[in-house]
Ligand binder design. Structure first.
Ligand code: C5P
Ligand code: MG
Length: 153
């Protein structure tokens, strides 16, 4: 098997949509980003890429490229998954942490879990999610960290 780890952070500002794991989250602030700013999908994408030593998200999708402006981060994840498959592996498990002071993500847990399970082609029981506040250390940021386990196809 192979293990991959990734993380991401975005500054939170007013008048931006918040999308997490492909799910819209109701929030007064959202990530400042070139793409849709889905920090959780970005962390998972880097976990997939680093698991097979295939570089990182910024190499595949530069934030200077106009075609990536406002882009749905599920596209980045799908590309990373096809690279994982080309290396002869598939995803078996995800474990991820999102650090965010507000809003509370608990009400979105089931939807985010189902969205990630579908995107990764695994059961919801293989998608572990923890939500944490920063205890005021990073109130204007969202941070995500993810570990994936890959197994041979
Ligand atoms: O960070 P802390 O340990 O205080 O988080 C307490 C609980 O709040 C956790 O169980 C977590 O599931 C939940 N939480 C949440 N949404 C956040 C941050 C934490 O639902 N944005
Ligand atoms: Mg990002």
């Amino acid at each position: 098997m192979r293990i991959g780890y990734g993380e991401d952070a975005h500054r939170l500002v007013p008048n931006r949509r918040m999308v997490l794991g492909g799910v819209a989250v109701s929030s007064e602030v959202g990530p400042l980003a070139h793409s849709d700013g889905d920090a959780l999908l970005h962390a998972i994408t880097d976990a997939l890429l680093t698991a097979v030593a295939a570089g990182d998200i910024g190499q595949l999708f530069p934030d200077t490229a106009p075609e990536n402006a406002g882009r749905d981060s599920r596209v980045f994840l799908q590309r990373a998954l096809s690279i994982v498959r080309a290396h002869g592996y598939r995803v078996a498990q995800l474990s991820a942490v999102v650090v965010l002071d507000r809003p509370k993500l608990g009400p979105y847990r089931g939807r985010i879990q189902a969205s990630l399970a579908e995107l990764l082609g695994i059961g919801p029981g293989e998608v572990g999610l923890a939500f944490k506040t920063s205890e005021g250390l990073a109130p204007e940021h969202i941070q995500a960290r993810a570990v994936v386990r890959l197994v041979p196809q």
